[in-house]
Design a protein around this ligand. Structure first.
Ligand code: GAP
Length: 525
């Protein structure tokens, strides 16, 4: 059975249990029944996460001689979050259902409602398509069918009103929309709602031994501010010339109201962010560069094009002059995976104002000082992990009628690169296999397995996404030839052990991928 025959909810459930069963992701503190929206990465998950981070870090920092990487602290001076706008505006509108006692984001309730109206339009179209067959004219139908026109009109009016309420922070109107549209709680099925109120997503704690308001600090809700406050340090000590970038990966924390969809929306997560500082006026050209470069980074992994799309923002934050998301087709639909934003001089100017320190770049060619503009690329490491897993997870029916679950993780990201398997547990094969294992271990993450039939061992490796299985048999003992079995095609090659290391390298190395990206970046620049 291929995934296409399975419904997406089922697929997602299977993927979550598979992740746990094979040591990729565990609920946090599970023996105490877990902690909502917090997860731990297991023995294979930690490896996959490291590989994704390394792919990002090397593509950004190693491949660009004008990008450097830093590692700023999670705790920062509280004024940072005042300057960035997070203290005053990093809020979500919150609403409770009085019957189920469940808490929701008012904006999400309304957006789901809008989606339902949109789905109704699609259903009408599908029905008509079936009825009219070949002669169906979609455009004509959409422009003339009274029911579709009614839904479209409603969708437009409601979307405009909703966007206005959200932009104006009009919590009363958000509540009115929920009441008027009779949006119900999915648990209780009632419209018995509280008022909508703002909820700040930052976690706070106290620093030092005296717990007073003055000592209140926050767990960073994004890594970007650690870059902005170090702009001057890096620019001066690194002798950087504009345009240049500062990259960093690290934990971020958000007290998400509704945490759903596994590791898609977590309370503790990791970001990989890069701020690219440019001359004012040149930002849109760099925005375009980064938009293309980041999509190329995703696609270089070999995942089909139809998994990705851009979502250009029509409604921009007041400080941005261009913004786009790279969306990924998760099992629950297309959702944001990465954001690319042209943020003007908003952040540096705000920090300049709040800190009283001049955060400017001196251009020796023009003898001018200015606050640089910034293009930001920001991707969640955990979300990227979920994208890779949901692409990779495949339930497959084989030609001989048997089934296998295989994780088609791009080879360069696979947690275990090679499995070393003696065909049988006797005749000196385990000893020979261990010799080969020790030869490969300094280069690649390997697993040794001698338990069960070779077929079952192949299945276990398929289930964790191991690209190559090296089998040691009689031919190895006599001629030093091993069999290398490929995960996706299940094809087998005979390889001499003297060539094994290089043979493996060809399939799993990150360097050729980086080389491809490097060429792409040079063509664009
Ligand atoms: N500095 C910009 C910034 O933080 P964002 O859109 O709030 O922008 C950037 O976050 C990326 O971080 C998102 O595209 C997503 O991949 C990831 N992300 C945000 N909130 C997350 C959460 N609660 N759980 C997991 N990943 C999250």
């Amino acid at each position: 059975m291929m995934n296409t025959m399975m419904n997406q909810d089922e697929l997602f459930k299977n993927l979550i249990s598979h992740s746990k069963e094979y040591g990729f992701i565990f609920p946090s503190s599970e023996i105490y029944d877990g902690l909502a929206a917090v997860y731990d990465y297991g023995q294979l998950g930690a490896l996959l996460k490291n590989n994704i981070r390394e792919y990002w870090w090397r593509s950004m920092v190693q491949l660009h001689d004008n990008i450097v990487g830093i590692d700023a602290a999670i705790f920062m001076h509280p004024t940072v979050w005042k300057a960035s706008g997070h203290v005053d505006a990093f809020n979500d509108p919150l609403i409770d259902n009085k019957d189920s006692k469940k808490r929701y984001r008012a904006d999400q309730l309304i957006e789901e409602h809008l989606q339902k109206i949109s789905d109704k339009i699609e259903k009408e179209i599908e029905k008509a398509q079936k009825r009219f067959g070949e002669s169906f004219n979609r455009q004509l139908f959409v422009e003339t069918n009274p029911r579709v026109l009614e839904y479209k009109q409603k969708l437009e009016t409601l979307t405009t009103r909703y966007n206005r309420a959200l932009n104006n922070n009009d919590l009363v109107d958000l509540k009115n929309i929920i009441d008027e549209e009779k949006i119900v709680c999915p648990i209780s099925g009632t419209c018995n709602w509280t008022e909508v109120r703002q909820f700040n997503l930052m976690f706070s704690t106290q620093i030092g031994s005296v717990s007073a308001e003055a000592d209140k600090i926050y767990l960073r809700p994004e890594t970007a501010q650690g870059i902005f406050v170090n702009f001057l340090n890096v620019y001066k000590t690194g002798r950087m010339k504009i345009p240049f970038g500062i990259a960093q990966t690290g934990k971020a924390f958000r007290n998400e109201i509704v945490a759903r969809q596994f590791i898609f929306r977590m309370r503790e997560f990791e970001q990989m962010e890069m701020q690219f500082f440019v001359k004012p006026g040149e930002e849109l050209q760099w925005f375009e560069y980064w938009k293309q470069t980041r999509l190329a980074w995703h696609k270089a992994l070999g995942i089909d094009d139809e998994y990705y799309r851009y979502h250009d923002h029509e409604k921009l934050a007041h400080y941005a002059n261009a913004a786009t998301d790279i969306e990924f087709r998760f099992p629950f639909g297309f959702k944001e995976l990465e954001g690319i934003h042209s943020r003007t001089d908003f952040d540096l100017s705000a920090h300049q104002q709040y800190s009283g320190k001049k955060l400017q770049y001196f251009d020796a060619d023009t003898n001018e000082s200015y606050v640089p503009y910034v293009i930001e690329t920001s991707i969640g490491l955990d979300r990227m992990f979920l994208a890779i897993l949901s692409y990779a997870y495949t339930e497959e029916k084989l030609e001989d009628g048997t089934q296998r679950v295989v994780l088609r993780i791009p080879y360069v990201l696979a947690p275990i690169k090679v499995a070393v398997l003696p065909l049988v547990k006797r005749d000196g094969m385990p000893e020979k296999a261990r010799e080969i294992l020790h030869m490969l271990q300094p280069y690649y993450f390997c697993q040794y397995d001698e338990k069960d039939t070779i077929g079952r061992r192949y299945r276990r490796q398929d289930a964790i996404g191991t690209p190559l299985c090296v089998t040691i048999d009689q031919n190895t003992l006599e001629n030093n030839i091993v069999t290398v079995r490929h995960r996706d095609t299940m094809k087998q090659d005979n390889v001499h052990i003297n060539e094994l290391k290089n043979y493996i390298y060809e399939y799993i190395a990150i360097e050729p991928l980086l080389q491809k990206l490097h060429q792409h970046a040079r063509v664009l620049a």
